[in-house]
Design a protein around this ligand. Structure first.
Ligand SMILES: [Zn+2]
Length: 166
């Protein structure tokens, strides 16, 4: 895969927050609070509905489809996360924030990042698949699919977090 992974705000340990970071964090908190308010009003979901939504999201991405990233979050903690390996950066779409596993800040926007490497080697039957065969798609299509998968993973994580709170 010839994705060129991007860096932002390295070295992560020395990163200083910008005005844009503060604004993004504020927006993320507002959206989060709005969602919480809507959820509080909504009737609780049945187990079947949760199952249905999980099915809709499909199966989780296999590890060899994932790239590992080091992220610096708004709170200053540096954590590791995975994203679909076709994404050149880890903060696209709804993936631009996460719950900080160190201090629990939720949401915490990603303010800086650097790529680490693939999460796993692909199993042999996938590696030995002939290049140029069915796996090759136009870049535009691949890109949008990668984004969809990334958003899908983020939704899944959010879903599980909500499920835990319910
Ligand atoms: Zn933190």
């Amino acid at each position: 895969m010839d994705v060129e992974y991007l860096c932002h705000g390295v070295p992560l340990a020395d990163y200083r927050l910008t005005k844009a970071d503060h604004r993004r964090q504020q927006e993320a908190v507002q959206v989060h609070e709005w969602v919480q308010r809507q959820l509080a009003k909504a009737p609780p979901w049945s187990e079947e509905r949760w199952q249905g939504l999980r099915q809709l999201l499909g199966s989780p991405t296999p590890p060899w489809e994932l790239q590992r990233w080091q992220l610096r979050l708004y709170c200053g903690h540096v954590v590791e996360a995975t994203r679909n390996r076709n994404s050149p950066r880890p903060d696209g779409g709804v993936c631009d924030k996460k719950r900080c596993p160190e201090c629990g800040l939720d949401p915490a926007v990603i303010v800086a990042f650097r790529p680490l490497g693939p999460a796993a080697e692909p199993p042999t039957e996938i590696r030995s698949r002939k290049p140029g065969h069915s796996t090759r798609k136009p870049p535009a299509d691949r890109r949008s699919k990668a984004e969809l998968v990334a958003e899908n993973n983020a939704l899944r994580a959010e879903l599980e977090a909500l499920r835990d709170q319910a």
